[in-house]
Design a protein around this ligand. Structure first.
Ligand code: GDP
Ligand code: IMO
Ligand code: MG
Length: 405
């Protein structure tokens, strides 16, 4: 049995928190793409922890966490991340497995990304993720398993950097620290699947940052969408029987690029502060906008989403009237498809409906007692998307998730 958790907006929908919440019901938690660009926030014993490489299920002691072949890894950062988790009192021994096919992020790739960013101005996280994926497709990347292949290491490093010896020494040191984590995760995951283990797949980034379906070129360099799951694990479609989309009741975006429902000014500032909308990886201010259901519909369609988890309903609570984007108009005509080009995105106008907001969420919230306006808002989303909202999240803690009727 497999459940996929996928971001339906521009990332930071609260995937980490949802994965942490669902982990006790799963045996294996898997990341299938992305790397240190991801920032997934979970609370463990009152402590806020931001995970970048390690799946967000690590805080439940019986879970196995797998970093699949579709991920890119900054080994130094991953080692630090594991140390931090251990420092919090979590035993990770024998619980983290890293694919021998996962690509590494190398120092020169980070340097190149910093240079590229100066001209391209995508607003990347500067973690070297894009260049590592570029090298993967250019067939000049180094994978985890290559750390055991001196000839391949030599060949690639000679071709890619003047500091070959220095990088090799660093990699050998990191290999010593991580070799015990490396396995053939394809076989491992097939074994788990065939033996009936419950697997939870943790998407990183979001559908609108997908290199194919997002707002290209202002995207990340992987496929956070459902197809990326199969390519990034080696499991077949039959291994996934539940696809859950995570979305906020408003929208955020970090970095540059089109954002049709973006708002600026007082309300944006208020939501940013109340919702802690600052990048979990880079600390940058997240841009804020109204919920864009036209965009979410596109995302839900691509991923075959069958259920939705709605997060941050406490953050927009207290706003009297909430706008929701329902159509994109191009030259006054409603679009039937999501625009593919930046130029088209510049020319569209969003058509909104306005729905009444709900009062502040208090400590005693239960879905049964939820304000009428919130229930109506949920119904509006369900009707628009023809997908049920099965859970809502009202705060940052694990306990703040509620099943809806
Ligand atoms: P991810 O990248 O999708 O895992 O999301 P991030 O962790 O980057 O960003 C989500 C932020 O919202 C984190 O700071 C979470 O602690 C927080 N969060 C998640 N769900 C809720 C919620 O329902 N209400 C509030 N107030 N914060 C939430
Ligand atoms: P999580 O998993 C939000 C954005 C960057 C930039 C673009 C490309 O926490 O939801 P990259 O470094 O990936 O080449 O940057 O993608 N971005 C994210 N935005 N959440 C993320 O991850 C992101 N990962 C990358 O800001 O606009
Ligand atoms: Mg994040």
């Amino acid at each position: 049995m497999g459940t996929a958790i996928i971001g339906l907006q521009w990332g930071d929908e609260g995937k980490g928190k949802v994965v942490d919440y669902l982990s006790p019901h799963h045996d294996v938690i898997v990341r299938y793409q992305g790397g240190p660009n991801a920032g997934h926030t979970v609370f463990y014993e009152g402590e806020e922890v931001v995970l970048h490489h390690i799946p967000s299920g690590i805080f439940h002691k019986n879970t196995i966490c797998v970093i699949g072949n579709g991920c890119v890894i900054d080994l130094e950062a991953m080692v630090e991340e594991i140390e931090r988790i251990e420092y919090l009192g979590v035993n990770t021994t024998g619980r983290i497995f890293v694919s021998d096919r996962a690509h590494l992020i190398l120092p020169y790739q980070k340097d190149e990304e910093a240079k590229l960013e100066k001209t391209m101005k995508i607003g990347t996280t500067l973690k070297g993720v894009g260049v590592s994926y570029t090298d993967k497709y250019a067939r000049r990347g180094l994978r985890m398993g290559d750390l055991e292949d001196p000839n391949r290491l030599k060949e690639v490093l000679k071709m890619r950097t003047k500091d070959a010896r220095k990088v090799k020494n660093l990699l050998m040191k990191l290999y010593d620290e991580t070799a015990h984590l490396m396995v053939d995760t394809v076989s491992l995951l097939h074994h788990f699947w065939k033996s009936g283990k419950k697997i939870l797949f943790e998407g990183a980034q979001g559908t609108m940052l997908d290199v194919d379906f997002g707002t290209y070129p202002y995207v990340t360099s992987s496929n956070p969408t459902i197809g990326g799951l199969f390519a990034g694990t080696g499991l077949p479609p039959a291994a996934v029987d539940r696809v859950i989309g995570v979305m906020k009741v408003y929208t955020t975006r970090v970095g540059n690029g089109p954002f049709p429902t973006e708002i600026k000014g007082k309300l944006a500032k208020q939501l940013r502060e109340k919702g802690g909308e600052f990048g979990a990886t880079t600390g940058r201010e997240r841009r804020i906008g109204w919920l864009d259901l036209f965009q979410v519909k596109w995302a839900a369609r691509i991923n075959g989403v069958k259920e939705i988890i709605l997060t941050k309903i406490d953050v927009i609570a207290g706003v009297e009237s909430i706008k929701v984007g329902v159509n994109y108009l191009l030259d006054g005509e409603p679009l039937e498809f999501y625009p593919a080009t930046t130029d088209m995105m510049k020319r569209i106008e969003v058509e909104y409906v306005e729905l009444p907001g709900w009062p502040e969420i208090d400590e005693n919230f239960t879905w049964y007692k939820a304000p009428k306006e919130l229930k109506d808002f949920k119904r509006f989303i369900e009707h628009y998307l023809s997908i049920p909202v099965t859970m809502v999240s009202t705060g940052r803690r694990r306990e703040d998730v509620f099943l809806t009727d």
